[in-house]
Design a protein around this ligand. Structure first.
Ligand code: EPU
Length: 341
């Protein structure tokens, strides 16, 4: 039986640590809860917002007039165990970082670069989480989702999800249509490690590790993240607030003529991905605090709540940063975090 609760406090369910209430809230513990929810009066009456751990979300208002669907399905199962690879099915409500740790402990490779990313497994496909040269799509096989349009459980393969840089159909053409129930990933028993990211290379060299194993990469990634990124348990944040903008080569040439130290990387389509952190830093916002909102002093791309900021103050701060980068560079930064009003 599902229980729809009223006026629920969401401070523990958003990593910005905002004092937000939701008018309606339901916790989903098993797949069968969803057809029941679809039949309920509350479902048809209110706008809905699915939440995992609330680590990529900014509530602009203190009161969310709608239904929070909190996914807490649990379970990790090996569904195929070959000599070289393993297919593992993970339920949406599992904590991503804990799941990665378990796989790393079992010497299963493919997601070690994604260590310590906050959030749940069910949220990972939405923005195709990525870090240190690896994205979810690199190991993704398929997912199971509850289709709100038909009330049926469907399976979606890799190409159907249309993964891109921090995006998928779950953020674009099919936003709000599916609730992700579980994800299947293909992990390897062989070490095919991705060590080309500059920070990883540097740390391996510093530690004198010539032949790293999965556990080394996971440990190093955790160290890099802990040095640069604020821990949401102590300072409210949702990781990178904006995406790194991807720019046409002609526009990029113009920019480079004016700013020859611009930090950028060519992408696979001949475009240039420009470091949003660098743009924000150059515009003077790194470590700058206004009231209780600011951009982190070690990574300018991370919007932080120093304590007591409201959602609208944080949003206003982000919009000021966006405006100022647009004025200085002519580039419009696009939020990576989901903004909920
Ligand atoms: N940089 C600056 N100033 C800054 C921040 C960065 O100049 O304040 C420059 C530096 O030159 C640095 C380069 O940008 O070497 C790249 O910085 P970093 O390695 O921190 O990566 P990022 O591009 O800023 C992205 C992801 C992060 C992910 C890291 C590592 C996005 C939006 N963000 O950040 O993901 O951890 O790469 O792979 O793509 C997240 O999505 O929440 C997130 C934290």
């Amino acid at each position: 039986m599902i229980e729809i609760e009223r006026n629920v406090y969401l401070k523990g369910l958003n990593t910005f640590g905002l004092d937000v209430f939701a008018s309606h809230y339901v916790r989903i513990r098993k797949q069968d809860d969803l057809p029941e929810l679809l039949e309920s009066d509350a479902f048809g009456e209110y706008k809905q917002q699915v939440l995992g751990l609330g680590s990529n979300i900014l509530f602009i208002n203190d009161y969310f007039e709608g239904l929070i669907i909190h996914m807490s399905l649990k379970g990790i199962n090996i569904v195929e165990n070959g000599s070289e690879r393993v297919i593992v099915e993970v339920a949406a409500g599992e904590n991503w970082s804990d799941f990665v740790d378990k796989m790393v402990e079992s010497d299963l490779g493919g997601i070690e670069n994604l260590s310590l990313i906050p959030g749940t497994v069910g949220a990972a496909p939405l923005q195709n989480i990525g870090a240190y040269g690896v994205e979810l799509k690199d190991t993704f096989v398929s997912l199971k989702a509850f289709d709100l349009a038909s009330g049926k459980i469907v399976s979606l393969g890799h190409s159907e999800c249309e993964f891109g840089y921090r995006t998928s159909i779950f953020k674009t053409s099919r936003a709000k249509r599916f609730i992700i129930l579980s994800v299947r990933l293909k992990l390897t028993k062989q070490h095919r490690l991705k060590t080309d990211y500059a920070d990883i290379k540097r740390m391996l060299a510093e530690e004198g590790i010539e032949k790293p194993v999965i556990k080394d990469i996971s440990r190093i990634v955790k160290q890099i993240r802990q040095q640069k990124l604020p821990d949401p348990a102590t300072i409210g944040n949702a990781g990178s607030f904006f995406k790194n903008p991807v720019i046409h080569p002609l526009v990029f040439e113009g920019l480079r003529r004016e700013h020859n130290n611009i930090v950028s990387y060519p992408d696979e389509n001949g475009f240039f991905k420009v470091s949003a952190g660098w743009l924000i830093e150059q515009a003077g916002w790194k470590g700058k605090r206004i009231g209780n909102a600011g951009m982190h002093d070690k990574q300018a791309l991370v919007l932080v709540n120093f304590g007591g900021a409201t959602g609208s103050e944080l949003y206003q701060h982000a919009m000021n940063v966006q405006y100022s980068v647009k004025q200085k560079f002519g580039i419009l930064l696009e939020p990576e975090v989901n903004i909920i009003s």
